[in-house]
Design a protein around this ligand. Sequence first.
Ligand SMILES: [Zn+2]
Length: 366
Amino acid sequence: MDDSFPVLIWIFFIGIVVIYSIISQQNREKQKSAWRQLALAHNLIFVPNNSYFGNGAYVEGRYRGYSLKLETIEKKHGKSSVTYTRLKIFANRWPGERQSKTQSEPPLSFQEALNRFTAPNFGYGLDGEIKAEPGGQLIYYEQRDVIQDTQFLKYLLDLLTSLVEAYPIVVAGGAEVIPALPPALANKALGEFALQVLRDIAEETARRLAPRAHRLLCPRCLTRFGPHKAELSWWNSRTYYGCRTCGQSRKFLEGPVIAVLDNRLPAAPIQQDGTVRINWSARRELFDFDTVEIVQASDEDVERFAVQVGNDTDPSRRSRYKEMPCVVRPDCQLSENSLRILRQIFGQTMEGAEENRPGQEGQNAL
Ligand SMILES: [Zn+2]
């Protein structure tokens, strides 16, 4: 009786191990059966990988032209190891299949691409997380345990390939995309992925625009470019660059901006000789500028312009007027009063020689 007690314990433990092995084996067989079925249905390659200590069965191949791998991985959770299913989609599309795709489907528009990120309509509740490598070169989904539902796996294939397709289009949208990201950032399944989009946009705009932001002008708002902060939390933010008013980072004019008062010129900005000339007379409202040139204007026009500048509350502009050059062409024949007002507002008001437009060679300060 004394000896039988340890024997019973041994039998009990051996029994547990056997039952666990049987269940594990059954699960592996179920997984293999499901993944084999998925591979067969979508022309993918199923690798059973029967080695007990190997990484298990996996599926690879191409779906909608994108290379993929469906596998299981072990992740450390404290001291224990937990099995996850991981589906990886690589961004490089195979050229032949890209061609056949574009023939059958119209190219993805920017708005459609953005909607896939910002208004995700998941047909399934996603327990796992979608993540992306920098530049969207690799997008993957990880979920705890082995996914055996082939319908769900098919859904994941469609979802991830739709995101990998949209990724470069959304990132090319630049800083304008960032205000649309918070719902995705707050989404448990999509948050990490949206954060990578934000990082990519911030890095791309900083690299391309930061060194010359002070020379760039948004053609829509007529305001300069500058840094913006995307606040992710109270301790974490990202700096990106775009128009200081609307935030867009794709379209700009470049160079010092001359505010021209000339009632003969159109309202549209003119990029010329490395400068941007914008006719205040045709717009009658202020914008960001570095120099004033009064070519042909009445005393009333000048006074109205001067009142707007004098009352300008924009902090980034106000401090600059006192140092700003203002050239007045002699054939304006402005009154002494108008010239006095201009001298009060601008730092260096001077009368210039007869202009030689379109070049500026004839400009001489007196
Ligand atoms: Zn703008």
